[in-house]
Every structure is written in C-alpha cells, then in structure tokens.
Design a binder for this molecule. Sequence first.
Ligand SMILES: Cc1cc2nc3c(=O)[nH]c(=O)nc-3n(C[C@H](O)[C@H](O)[C@H](O)COP(=O)(O)OP(=O)(O)OC[C@H]3O[C@@H](n4cnc5c(N)ncnc54)[C@H](O)[C@@H]3O)c2cc1C
Length: 158
Amino acid sequence: MAFNQLAKDRPRLLIVGGGYVGFTLAQQLQTRIKESGGVVTVVDPNPYMTYLPFLPEVAAGNIEARSAIVPHRQHLKDCELIGGRVESIDHANRTVSIRGIDQGPNFELPYDEIVIAGGSMTRTFPIEGLAENAIGLKTIEEAVSLRNWFWSASRSPR
Ligand SMILES: Cc1cc2nc3c(=O)[nH]c(=O)nc-3n(C[C@H](O)[C@H](O)[C@H](O)COP(=O)(O)OP(=O)(O)OC[C@H]3O[C@@H](n4cnc5c(N)ncnc54)[C@H](O)[C@@H]3O)c2cc1C
C-alpha cells in the first residue's frame, strides 16, 4: 500500500489531480476544512503542480524547468497528499481505487465529496507520422526534451 491513511475518521474532500485546478482548490480550502475537522486529500502521480503556460519558456531555454513547477508538499501543508493515479471511481459507495506510484497493488480510499481535476489528454491531428515523431508540450519532461533537442540541433554542423 502506497500510504498510511492518517485521516480515517474525518470527512474527506478528495481531489483527483493536483494540477492547476486541483492545486488551487486545495490551497484555498485546506486550512478551513482542517479547522472544521475534515481533510482535503490530493491524489496525483506527480509531487508538484506544473504551470503549463511556462512550458514554452522552458522549451525555449528562457527559464529553468524548476521555475515552472510548484511542489505540493511545500504549499499544501494542511492536505493529505497521495502519490498515485486514480484508476476508477465507485460513486455509489463513495470510494476510489488508486494505483500508487510504488506500483504496489491498488488500494481503496473512501471520500465524502470528490472533485475530478485530472486535466485533459493531448490529441494529435491526423497528419502522417506526427504521433510517432512529434514531442508534445504538456509535461516538464517534454519541455526539457524539446529544449535539449533545440540545443543539440543548434550545435550540429550544417
Ligand atoms: C503549453 C501550454 C500553454 C498554456 N498557456 C495558457 C495560458 O497562457 N493561459 C491559460 O489560461 N491557459 C493556458 N494553458 C491551459 C492551462 O494550463 C490549462 O487550462 C490548465 O492547466 C488546466 O488545469 P487542470 O487542473 O484542469 O489540468 P492540469 O493542470 O493539466 O492538471 C491535471 C493534473 O491531474 C493529474 N492527473 C491526471 N490523471 C490523473 C489521475 N487519473 N489520477 C490522479 N491525478 C491525475 C495530472 O498529473 C496533473 O497534475 C496552457 C496549456 C498548455 C499545455
């Protein structure tokens, strides 16, 4: 199991995804909910929020990759943070199934209220070869890959 459930008996607001929406919501509600006896739980495979509008700046080499992310642990101190991916939601029983980042067996987590803030999926246009050869611009890793590719291309002899 990927984490020890600390807030077993407290009403839980479960936020699926700690990106822009999930992070902002958790940040605004965490203290009030903690003070009223509940808990905000954020589930995300990444321990940080990626500020996507900065990715082109990272790809262009104008800013460091670390400037485009906001660590959850530093800013969501009153939240319960779970490193994992929500794989299914059982609305009738108010539980989710989570695959932890340690790749252990899935575990169930109950919730009282749920916010689904998992973002969007990148789709490609139907252009031949695009899906196989292009690099997206949705994650820090993709932005760094693009930046490195530009750097090595600019150093290659013509
Ligand atoms: C290159 C780029 C530039 C942009 N520029 C602008 C701009 O200038 N102005 C503007 O208004 N908008 C801009 N946007 C759009 C804006 O960034 C998005 O609208 C915003 O990030 C959406 O927030 P979100 O929380 O819905 O999704 P995201 O920020 O993508 O967060 C989704 C989170 O959910 C997590 N997640 C996904 N699936 C699961 C799961 N199953 N379980 C748990 N967690 C999961 C992901 O790891 C991620 O952390 C830009 C987007 C891109 C890609």
